[in-house]
Design a binder for this molecule. Structure first.
Ligand code: IMP
Length: 194
C-alpha cells in the first residue's frame, strides 16, 4: 500500500488540533502534530502563522501548516486580537478578563474571530489563507463544547454560542473552517513536496 502523504500541524493547542483533524479528514493526508513552542513575536496573525509553519517545516522536513487566530472586540478597538492567548494564565482567566474589560460598555459587544493559516513547504513560498466569523460576545458562559472563548461567542442567527454547538455545527460558521476551505479550494495541498 502506498504510504500516505504527511502534513505537520504546528500547534500544541488540543482544541485547534481536533478541529484540523476534522476539517482535513477528507484529504487523506496523515496529520502529524508538532508543538514547536515558537515565540509568537510577530505583529500580525500572518507573521505568527508563518513563524509556526516554517519552524515546523524546517525541523521536520515535511510540509507544515501553522495557524494564528484570535478574537477582536469592536468596543475594545480590536483587542485582544493577536494577544488572545495571552490575557491570563488559564482560559478561564482569559475569558473572565475579556468580560471584565467589557463591563459597563453598551451591548451588543460585536466581535469577530479571525484565523490565518500558513502553509510552508520546501521549495515554495509560504502561502496564506484567512477566515473570519462575525458574532457577539455575551456576558454569560454558555455551553462547554469547543475551546477558548467559544462559550461567550454568540453566532448571529443561531441563538447559540460556539460552546453550545457540536463540531459539525461550529464548522458551518467558524473562522478556522473558512480558512481551511480557502486552503482546500486553492489546490495547494495537492502539490505538496512530500
Ligand atoms: P494562538 O492562535 O495560538 O495565538 O491562540 C489564539 C487564541 O485565540 C486561543 O488560545 C483562543 O483563546 C482564541 N481562539 C482562537 N480560535 C478560537 C476558537 O475557534 N474558539 C475560541 N477561541 C479561539
Amino acid at each position: 500500500m502506498a504510504e500516505r502523504r504527511r502534513l505537520v500541524i504546528a500547534s500544541g493547542n488540543t482544541g485547534k488540533l481536533r478541529e484540523y483533524r476534522e476539517l482535513l479528514a477528507g484529504t487523506g493526508l496523515d496529520l502529524v502534530a508538532f508543538d514547536g513552542d515558537v515565540d509568537e513575536v510577530g505583529e500580525t496573525y500572518a507573521e505568527n502563522a508563518r513563524l509556526k509553519a516554517e519552524t515546523a517545516a524546517g525541523r521536520s522536513g515535511l510540509p507544515a501548516l501553522g495557524d494564528d487566530s484570535g478574537v477582536e472586540v469592536e468596543a475594545l478597538g480590536g483587542f485582544p486580537g493577536i494577544r488572545s492567548a495571552r490575557l491570563g494564565p488559564t482560559q478561564q482567566d482569559r475569558t473572565a478578563e475579556l468580560l471584565r474589560r467589557l463591563e459597563g460598555k453598551p451591548r451588543p459587544w460585536n466581535a469577530r474571530f479571525v484565523c490565518v493559516v500558513a502553509l510552508a513547504d520546501r521549495g515554495s513560498e509560504t502561502r496564506f489563507f484567512e477566515g473570519e466569523c462575525r458574532g457577539e460576545i455575551v456576558p454569560e458562559w454558555r455551553g462547554a463544547a469547543g475551546f477558548g472563548y467559544d462559550p461567550v461567542f454568540l453566532v448571529p442567527g443561531t441563538g447559540k454560542t460556539f460552546g453550545e454547538m457540536p463540531p459539525e455545527e461550529k464548522r458551518l460558521y467558524s473562522h478556522r473552517a473558512r480558512a481551511v476551505r480557502a486552503l482546500l479550494e486553492s489546490g495547494a495541498l495537492e502539490g505538496l513536496s512530500v
